[in-house]
Design a protein around this ligand. Structure first.
Ligand code: DC
Length: 216
């Protein structure tokens, strides 16, 4: 069974997806982590994003592995676990630009489809219900008020040296790029359950999705 969860940054989708997978005893796949890992690799190798030859040769060189083991999700680049490196400010700033590139998306979607085949899986991202798995068994679109999203992100980043206002601006900028790009932008799939988490606790978010799945 495939459960697709999409939504903007800070909407609560990652935490909800991870805990929902645990509750259902499903595998969990964080596709944002994959785009982040590619961004790290491109930054480390100083890839010029406007040079398609450089981008495609970097994509041929990257050895990106994803692994789900006892409810922890791990991403490896060239056999190094990069979980702790892909959440920093520089990656946040660049990831939307990297994930706009067609060849990057094509490669990520191939890996996602292959990883998910014949699995019970909760998979979260921006284009999962709309593009990667248009026939998913359940589709959810998670959203929340921008101020709530920004303050959640501030809590996630222990060393965020930003004001709430700056964080709002950064998230809105990422939303703009993610929602307006030409290839599989962030959209609300027509057949998705829309869940607004503005005033929900994490437990309430998880239960809400769990109840929809188990009652339908
Ligand atoms: O969910 P996140 O913040 O870790 O995602 C990081 C970026 O990756 C996000 O700004 C857009 C991109 N992304 C994407 O384009 N498609 C996905 N399926 C998942 C993430």
């Amino acid at each position: 069974m495939i459960i697709a969860i999409d939504g903007p940054a800070g909407s609560g989708k990652s935490t909800t997806a991870r805990l929902l997978a645990k509750k259902l005893d499903f595998i969990y796949l964080d596709t944002g982590a994959m785009y982040r890992a590619v961004t790290l690799f491109f930054l480390d190798n100083k890839i010029d994003l406007t040079n398609s030859d450089e981008v495609s040769s970097a994509l041929n060189k990257i050895n990106l592995k994803i692994e789900n083991r006892s409810s922890s999700f791990n991403v490896f680049v060239q056999n190094t676990n990069v979980n702790n490196l892909i959440r920093d400010e520089l990656i946040n700033k660049n990831v939307s630009n990297v994930s706009e590139i067609y060849s990057v998306r094509k490669k990520m979607v191939e890996i996602q489809r292959e990883f998910s085949s014949n699995k019970d899986i909760v998979i979260e991202g921006r284009d999962i219900g709309s593009h990667v798995f248009p026939n998913a068994d359940y589709k959810f679109y998670i959203e929340a008020d921008i101020n709530v999203r920004a303050s959640r992100r501030m809590k996630d980043l222990s060393n965020a040296n930003k004001s709430l206002d700056d964080m709002c601006k950064l998230l809105l900028e990422r939303d703009k790029i993610d929602s307006n790009r030409n290839i599989s932008p962030l959209i609300k799939p027509k057949d998705a359950y829309v869940v607004d988490t503005t005033s929900l606790s994490i437990e309430e978010q998880v239960i809400k999705l769990f109840n929809i799945i188990t009652n339908n």
